[in-house]
Design a protein around this ligand. Sequence first.
Ligand code: HEM
Length: 126
Amino acid sequence: MHVNFPGLHGRQSGSETRKIHQQWARVVVHLTFYGLIFLECALGIWMIGLLGKDLTIGIWHFPLSITPDLQLVYSNVLQWHAAVALSLAVLIGIHSLAALYHYYALHDQLLNNMNIFRRSHSVGNT
Ligand code: HEM
């Protein structure tokens, strides 16, 4: 992904500045979402180990070398897992509303750019 760094290219026009802001927003949103999803899965797998279970994916069972500790799950880790789930739900809601705002109010290409099956992506009003 190409990212312009503000200040490195001299003065920018309004639309240039908006493009830079959108590129930064894209990086921050992706890092936040992928980071939270990774954290949620890590907490979930840790909980499975703490509950004394194997990690099961389809027909595969992976024993986890984690000492069972039910007390830690129900006094702590499960609450973090639920808090991360709630944060993700709230962020997904905000993200959806922002995408609709871009589509219906700003009339730009942002929503189309989220379509992973599209070949070309653009930023701004084009
Ligand atoms: C690899 C991925 C994940 C694993 C292994 C995992 C594992 C678990 C386990 C073992 C529990 C139940 C613990 C218990 O009550 O005995 C749980 C509960 C839960 N998980 Fe996950 N989880 C994963 C991903 C997610 C994701 C992505 C979300 C939502 C964004 C999520 C949301 C929840 C919620 C809401 C609960 C119930 C929390 C509560 O009872 O307060 N989990 N998960």
